[in-house]
Design a protein around this ligand. Structure first.
Ligand code: SF4
Length: 353
């Protein structure tokens, strides 16, 4: 055992919160050892032998975006021939199909489209709310962009969206919450403090949110830990995050290019996320980037949530990664991993069925 490792594992055994330098030393631990420490935290925070999932679809209301993130294969610049804004008839058909499939809510995200007004967004939210589905929508960069464009304060904008029917926020657009990284991969998108400020405002007004981390591109492992600490600090302040979802950058079709990280790096990052984020209740697997088998292994590395059926997913699919799972397949993967499959909604309320 290396110097300092005993001290670190003693802290893990005692369930004591890790500081930044201790968290950075977690990378030195053996893969399976890390997994077993993370699994202990999973059972401490979620003592039931169940793994949750949600039935939803990811609807992208527009792919037109001025941000030009170098890791994104989904967006089109304004004026592009294949740029779109979803029409109401197609949206209605998507909602009907989701309801027929037993879905409880919609995950709604889109590009930073300068042609869409505040009234469009409010109409969109009401339209989905009136369908009877809950709305988990608009990542912090979208909210920040709309606030700037409409001239509303974040507080007023979030309230308007809530009044129209928004019920929770997806933690997208976080990538890595370190400005050195953000300036290189998404120079036109909100910086770290602004991302956190949107979440702080939303949490204070009663919205719950997930948080994500897209890793495995230009960031260092220490910067991943820094990201986790920024989430942990805000969670100490507000308690508004329901879940954390780390996923690996997919280079296909992007300007940034590079190699996708494999299962070992994914599982280590997942386990370290569980160990650092001792105040975020749930940790979600990313079967859409890692595939179903690695997702099952991830349930032994701290995760307790299998994400969603994703009846529709366009953003990762644009990189050429095409894993798809039905509700029945998700339930079977959970069961054969040794857990009960439990349906939930976007706010992590348990649902019957
Ligand atoms: S990740 Fe989002 S903000 Fe960035 S280019 Fe793609 S659609 Fe636009």
């Amino acid at each position: 055992m290396r110097a300092g490792e005993r001290e670190l594992t003693d802290k893990l055994a005692a369930g004591v919160r890790l500081n930044f330098s201790e968290a950075c030393r977690l990378w030195d631990l053996d893969l399976l050892e890390l997994g077993s420490w993370a699994d202990r935290v999973r059972w401490r925070l979620n003592p039931e032998p169940r793994v949750t999932f949600v039935i939803d679809r990811n609807i992208n209301y527009t792919n037109v975006c001025t941000s030009g993130c170098r890791f994104c294969a989904f967006y089109r610049l304004p004026g592009a021939a294949d740029g779109y804004v979803l029409d109401w008839e197609l949206l209605a058909a998507k909602l009907t199909e989701l309801k027929e499939y037993g879905g409880s809510g919609v995950l709604l995200q889109g590009g930073l489209n300068p042609e869409l007004s505040l009234s469009y967004y409010l109409e969109l939210v009401s339209f989905i709310k009136n369908s009877g589905l809950s709305l988990h929508g608009f990542s912090p960069p979208e909210i920040s962009f709309l606030a700037q464009k409409s001239g509303l304060s974040l507080t007023d904008l979030v309230q308007r969206l809530m009044d129209a029917g928004l019920s929770s926020i997806p933690g997208g657009g976080a990538e890595i919450l370190v400005d050195r990284v953000r300036r290189q991969i998404s120079p036109n998108k909100c910086l770290t403090d602004q991302w956190l400020e949107v979440m702080r405002t939303a949490h204070r007004q009663g919205l719950r949110a997930s948080a994500t981390m897209m890793f495995g591109h230009i960031e260092t492992r220490e910067e991943r830990v820094e990201h986790l600490f920024r989430i942990r600090e805000l969670q100490d302040e507000t308690g508004g995050f329901t879940a954390f979802i780390p996923w690996t950058y997919q280079p296909g079709g992007t300007e940034l290019k590079g190699e996708a990280k494999g299962a070992v790096e994914y599982l280590k990052t997942l386990a370290i996320s569980r160990l650092v984020l001792d105040n975020v209740p749930h940790l979600q697997v990313s079967w859409v980037t890692q595939g179903p088998k690695v997702a099952q292994v991830a349930l032994k590395f701290g995760a307790d949530d299998f994400g969603s059926t994703m009846l529709e997913e366009n953003v990762v699919a644009a990189t050429g990664v095409g894993f798809r799972l039905s509700r029945q397949e998700i339930e079977k993967l959970i069961r054969t991993s040794g857990y009960q499959a439990q349906l939930r909604d976007h706010r992590y309320q348990m649902l019957p069925g």
